[in-house]
Design a protein around this ligand. Structure first.
Ligand SMILES: NC(=O)c1ccc[n+]([C@@H]2O[C@H](COP(=O)([O-])OP(=O)(O)OC[C@H]3O[C@@H](n4cnc5c(N)ncnc54)[C@H](O)[C@@H]3O)[C@@H](O)[C@H]2O)c1
Length: 191
C-alpha cells in the first residue's frame, strides 16, 4: 500500500517525541506535538495569576520540552525556521485534531497501561486508514493493539526511532500480524 504522509501527529514531547517532531518538520511535514496537561499551575504561574484553564499552563509541558529540544546540540532542526511547522498542544484540548493527520506516532512514557489508555482514545478519534505507530523500546506491539478496532490493528505497527533521530539514520519497523509491509523507503524520504 502506498501512503502519502504530509501531516504527522506526535503524541508525547519528551526526549524522543520532540526530536521526532523536529525530524518530520525537517522534511516539510506539518506536525502536531501533544503532551499531558499539568496537574496544577506551578508557583511561577500562580504568581502571575494563571489558573489551570490558561493555555500557557495547559501547554507548559509540551512548550518546555519543545523549547529544550530547540536548544539541543547537535541541533534537531535543519533550520530554526522549521519550528513553525510544529503546532504544540495537549491531549485534553487537542487530541481530536489527529483526525486530520496522516500518521499518528505514540512516543509517551514506556508503560503499557498508559499507552493502552491513550490508544483507546486515539482509536475513537483517528480517521480510518491512517497510520498509527508506537516508538516503544520494548513493549510487545500486539499488547498495545489488544482491544482496539480492526482498522486500528490493520494500520498499527512499531516505528522505533533511535536517539537522536536526525542523526541516527535507521528506523526499526516492528510489524503486527496485520502489517507486514515496510512503511516507506525510509532512507529516501527522511534522508
Ligand atoms: N530515550 C530514548 O533514547 C528512546 C529511544 C527509543 C525509543 N524510546 C521510547 O520512546 C518512548 C518515549 O521515551 P522518551 O525517552 O522520549 O521518554 P520521556 O520521559 O522523555 O518522555 C515521555 C513523555 O511521556 C509523557 N507522559 C508521562 N506520563 C504520561 C501519561 N500518563 N500519559 C501520557 N503521556 C505521559 C511525558 O510528559 C513525556 O513527555 C518510550 O516508549 C521509550 O521506550 C526512547
Amino acid at each position: 500500500m502506498n501512503r502519502t504522509i504530509k501531516k504527522v501527529a506526535v503524541l508525547g514531547s519528551g526526549i524522543m517525541g520532540s526530536r521526532i517532531a523536529c525530524h518530520f518538520a525537517n522534511i516539510g511535514c506539518e506536525v502536531l506535538l501533544l503532551d499531558i496537561v499539568p496537574k496544577e499551575p506551578n508557583p511561577q504561574e500562580q504568581a502571575k495569576g494563571l489558573s489551570l484553564s490558561s493555555p500557557l499552563v495547559r501547554n507548559r509541558i509540551v512548550n518546555e520540552a519543545f523549547q529544550n529540544t530547540l536548544k539541543a546540540n547537535p541541533a534537531a532542526l535543519f533550520s530554526s525556521a522549521f519550528a513553525g511547522r510544529v503546532k504544540l498542544g495537549n491531549f485534553d484540548d487537542n487530541l481530536a485534531e489527529i483526525k486530520d493527520y496522516d500518521w499518528v506516532i505514540e512516543v509517551i512514557v514506556e508503560n503499557l497501561a498508559i499507552k493502552q489508555s491513550l490508544f483507546e482514545k486515539v482509536d475513537a478519534l483517528r480517521k480510518a486508514g491512517t497510520l498509527i505507530t508506537s516508538n516503544t523500546s520494548g513493549i510487545p506491539i500486539h499488547l498495545m493493539a489488544e482491544g482496539r478496532s480492526e482498522d486500528f490493528q490493520k494500520n498499527f505497527c512499531g516505528t522505533h526511532f533511535f536517539n537522536p533521530p536526525r542523526y541516527l539514520k535507521l528506523l526499526e519497523i516492528i510489524p503486527t500480524q496485520w502489517l507486514l509491509v515496510v512503511l516507506m523507503k525510509y532512507r529516501t524520504l527522511l534522508g
